[in-house]
Design a protein around this ligand. Structure first.
Ligand code: NDP
Length: 486
């Protein structure tokens, strides 16, 4: 692996140490702001995948047998190290993804540390149930699943590794994590820090590779669970492959989430919510509220304020803390977004703001707002995964809710209104796993996060994630003589 400063020292992290295998296909790591190759890692060969799974399987039983409070202590120590090194890790996240340092300083290693701290605290609380049946009774114990596989998308490489690794490890599992080929660096640092904090070797291994490496991991009979963050088509493939050996799955997939802005809303807050839900991380966030439905009476005002705010976006060197809007992470995703904009134009959409790729090095697309839309247009139906907001209008609540739900996806939704009853009525009417009222895209570690419908299965974070990384064993206790027919 080619290094730049403060980067991981090899392509993989297995059994407590960095490991290289130059026989693997080289994967360039490209800095999105300039298009330069800043490092090269090698995809895992079969030998590397084998080492990673075998070492995880070897290490898991002793880890599961350890006092849960001890496991939690390791995770909390790792959280503290991540916070101490936040600046260095944030720079690496910026180099890996292109996201501005202004974001990565507060949203990546910090969010990862939050998850490690949260699950570190919960580790000692793996409790079961107790049931009475006359004199007899039964109880449940929660057992770890064994070796779990985590597969990540490219938008939040540190956070995804921690959101999967922390609950897996807290509950006594081992994890083999495969980052996206586009952002391979950050998960290696997570592994390094976990082991520095005292995690025994083998419990959090990172292997690089493309989809085929993910597929090999998913197909391995020694693996009990796969947690994927990725697109819906990949989710379908991974879930189908996992079913052949009846693995547990958590699927955090894509979305086309709605934000409803009612006439009585605080319009500045609604504009802020829509900005966060469309332009943070240059729009590369699964839960983004990319269909913004604004009630007719306030649409003009909403668009005017949105325009004024977008005019203040600062595009530039992502390592400059003043920059608040960065490039797309990959050239491939840039091309996908530009194709979506061409389709939107050809289907009659109006590009109200932005809409072009900037004529400079790297992968830059302006913050873009589309208007003049109908619900059947491609840009309103399909996930774009870039800085493109679709603004639509509506007359009344029933119409808005019906149109908001008219999608195969169900990841998230938002509602902006000052009417308390309406806020809760609309929130529960949304067919979405996570809903924000008068807020958007905040995901604290203590809150379950995940999707309905085609957006996924299971939830990450919060106590619920502990259930997704364990299974209940029921133990019936007979207290009287056994009756038999003969
Ligand atoms: P992809 O679905 O393309 O890839 C996700 C991961 O799966 C990558 O590591 C990829 O490898 C791997 N992969 C691809 N094919 C297979 C396979 N057959 N078996 C196992 N693993 C495989 O998603 P992107 O990386 O392009 O990320 C963008 C998508 O992720 C968007 O749809 C977005 O909405 C979603 N997402 C969802 C989130 C959520 O929490 N719900 C959060 C963030 C993103 P590689 O790409 O390296 O070849």
């Amino acid at each position: 692996m080619t290094r730049t400063n403060a980067q991981p020292t090899a392509s993989h992290f297995i059994d407590g140490a960095y490991v290289e295998d130059d026989a693997g296909v080289p994967i360039p790591v490209i800095y999105a702001a300039t298009g330069e190759t800043i490092a090269t890692v090698h995809a895992a060969t079969h030998a590397i995948v084998e080492q990673a799974i075998a070492s995880a399987a070897r290490a898991q039983a002793a880890w599961a047998a350890m006092e849960p409070v001890e496991r939690g202590r390791v995770l909390r120590r790792a959280a503290a190290i991540m916070r101490e090194r936040n600046h260095e890790l944030s720079v690496l996240e910026t180099l890996d993804t292109g996201k501005p340092l202004q974001e990565t300083l507060v949203a990546d290693a910090t969010s990862g540390a939050d998850a490690l701290e949260y699950f570190g605290g919960l580790a000692a609380d793996m409790t079961g149930l107790s049931m009475q049946f006359g004199g007899d009774w039964a109880y449940t114990v929660r057992k770890p699943l064994g070796v779990c596989v985590g597969i990540g998308a490219w938008n939040y490489p540190t956070q995804i590794a921690c959101w999967k690794g922390a609950p897996a490890l807290a509950t006594g599992n081992a994890m083999v994590f495969k980052p996206s080929e586009s952002t391979p660096l950050c998960a290696l640092k997570v592994a390094e820090i976990l082991h520095e904090a005292g995690l025994p070797a083998g419990l959090f291994n990172v292997v690089q590779g493309l989809g085929d490496v993910g597929a090999t991991l998913t197909g391995d009979a020694r693996v009990s669970k796969v947690s994927l963050t990725g697109s819906a088509p990949t989710g379908r493939k991974v879930a189908a492959a996992a079913s052949s050996t009846m693995k547990h799955v958590t699927m955090e997939l894509g979305g086309k989430s709605p934000i409803l802005v009612f006439e009585d809303a605080d319009i500045d807050d609604a504009v802020s919510g829509a900005i966060n839900g469309n332009f943070y991380s240059s729009g590369q966030i699964c839960s983004n509220g990319t269909r913004v439905f604004v009630q007719e009476g306030v649409v003009e005002e909403f668009l005017k304020r949105l325009n004024d705010r977008i005019a203040t976006a600062k595009l530039g060197d992502p390592l400059d803390e003043e920059t608040n809007f960065g490039p797309m992470t990959t050239l491939a995703q840039t091309d996908i977004v530009l194709r979506h904009l061409d389709t939107a134009r050809s289907e009659g959409a109006t590009i109200a703001i932005g809409g072009t790729r900037l004529d400079r090095e790297g992968f830059w697309i302006e913050p873009t707002v589309l208007t003049g839309l109908t619900d059947d247009m491609t840009c309103v139906r399909e996930e774009i995964f870039g800085p493109v907001m679709s603004v639509l209008t509506f007359k009344d609540e029933a119409e808005a809710v019906a149109r908001a739900n008219a999608t195969e996806y169900g990841l998230s939704a938002g509602v902006f209104t000052r009417d308390l009853a309406r806020a809760h009525r609309v929130a529960t009417a949304f067919e979405a796993g996570t809903v924000w009222i008068n807020q958007y895209n905040l995901t604290p570690a203590g809150m379950p996060f995940g999707g309905s419908k085609a957006s996924g299965i299971g939830r990450e974070n919060a106590r619920m994630a502990m259930d997704h990384y364990t299974e209940a064993q029921t133990i019936y206790v007979g207290m009287s003589k056994v009756e038999a027919a003969f």
